[in-house]
Design a protein around this ligand. Structure first.
Ligand SMILES: Nc1ncnc2c1ncn2[C@@H]1O[C@H](COP(=O)(O)OP(=O)(O)O)[C@@H](O)[C@H]1O
Ligand SMILES: [Mg+2]
Length: 387
């Protein structure tokens, strides 16, 4: 892992007054660029050739003669053959010369690989570099490990397929065989059904024959999904350092299409061997009943504490606790994103309901991030939010 001192030494070469916000152009990049624009920053989107149009054309920023913004959120694009071209030392040099403060998102880590993010990417990053690894399911100190240390509720782990008979409905989390970054998830209510479904999915090329080696199996929580978009501010000195900005949930294909069919038709499809897939393709906004908010904050406070204890310096900026709420109104955390969430675009420009109410203006996650950067620059405290 690159030492924080090395990154801070790179930051020393920056002209903070000219700082720009940079991001890999995918995932939540529009929200990041939109928020940075609202806070008066120039933005740079690092694109992959063939996937640049959204950033380079449709959301490109234009200015009026008086310097005010005419339209758009992306000032500059860097178009690389592959996203991981961002690791090229020359590209990194250029980013640092350009005073780019980099916002990590899930695409950045997925396309570059966590080892390179930790060891080879030297650009000052807003957020917690060391925590990004906790998202790699199956790693020694992954987010399940943190949840356990923090005494936070996670769905019960199912050790082996035979145990499904005791636990009941189980979700099996595996990588999609062909769509490498997507999910080959499925559910089973018994060992017998596990065998049937996995055989079907192997036959269809959705999962690999050896899928069990890297599978995570856990109790399926029956209840709605709430992705809690939190923000932790190391800089805040008056109010709480922890903020709830908003809540989102996902549209998944083909699962959501299944859900909109009559039950009989769903069973018929399954009988024909057509099983739903879990590919994320959009998000929506949500709120929680107020009596659940205290509990949500309690979960997040515990998570923050645990990251401080086990992942020095702990979480910085946005993070997302992905939860299901069961019939007795208990939260179960099934995933944690220690960075900007994938669903924050739903609040882009209009702001998050809770974030807006807290800050008395439109406060998306992207804007909150940029606001923290601006504050850090004004107070000469950039070193506290950079790793
Ligand atoms: N234990 C669980 N119980 C019920 N639903 C779950 C559970 N774990 C995951 N899910 C569902 O699967 C989706 C993706 O799960 P997640 O663990 O976040 O995988 P990934 O981060 O790879 O997308 C969630 O949005 C949720 O709908
Ligand atoms: Mg997730």
């Amino acid at each position: 892992m690159i030492s924080r001192d090395e990154i801070l030494a790179n930051l020393d070469g920056y002209d903070a007054k000219k700082a720009k916000i940079g991001v890999v152009a995918s995932h939540s990049a529009l929200d990041t660029c939109d928020g940075a624009t609202s806070e008066g920053f120039k933005t740079v989107a690092i694109c992959q050739k063939g996937r640049e149009a959204t950033f380079d054309k449709y959301f490109k920023k234009y200015y009026n003669a008086d310097g005010s913004i005419y339209r758009g959120v992306v000032d500059e694009t860097v178009i690389l053959d592959k996203f991981n071209g961002i690791l090229d030392p020359k590209v990194q040099e250029k980013m640092m010369k350009d005073n780019i403060l980099f916002i990590p998102n899930r695409s950045f880590v997925s396309y570059c690989g966590i080892d390179a993010v930790e060891n080879d990417f030297k650009v000052p990053m807003v957020g917690s570099r060391n925590l990004l690894r906790s998202e790699e399911r199956g790693d020694e100190k992954d987010y399940y490990w943190i949840l356990d240390k923090a005494n936070l509720p996670a769905p019960k782990k199912v050790e082996k397929p035979e145990d499904i008979d005791n636990v009941g409905l189980t979700i099996v989390k595996v990588h999609h065989k062909q769509k490498k970054l997507e999910r080959g998830f499925f559910t089973a209510k018994s060992y017998e059904q596990f065998c049937q479904k996995s055989e079907e999915l192997i036959k269809d090329g959705v999962i690999d024959e050896n899928f069990l080696e890297s599978a995570r199996m856990e109790q399926y929580i029956i209840g709605p999904v709430f992705n809690l978009d939190f923000f932790y501010s190391p800089l805040e000195e008056k109010g709480s350092k922890l903020e709830l900005l908003g809540i989102d949930w996902r549209f998944e294909s083909s699962l959501d299409g299944f859900c909109r069919l009559p039950g009989k038709q769903q069973v018929e499809l399954e009988n024909d061997g057509i099983l739903p897939e879990y590919t994320v393709c959009g998000h929506n906004s949500a709120t929680l009943r107020e009596s659940l908010l205290d509990k949500a904050f309690e979960l997040a406070e515990k998570y923050v504490e645990a990251t401080k204890k086990y992942y020095d310096p702990g979480i910085i900026g946005p993070f997302c606790l992905q939860t299901c709420v069961d019939k007795d109104l208990h939260f179960h955390i099934y995933d944690v994103a220690p960075r900007i969430g994938g669903g924050t675009n739903v609040h882009m420009a209009v702001g998050h309901p809770y974030g807006n109410s807290l800050w008395r203006r439109e406060m998306s996650t992207g804007r909150r991030l940029a606001m923290e950067v601006r504050k850090a620059i004004e107070q000469g405290r950039l070193d506290e939010i950079i790793t």
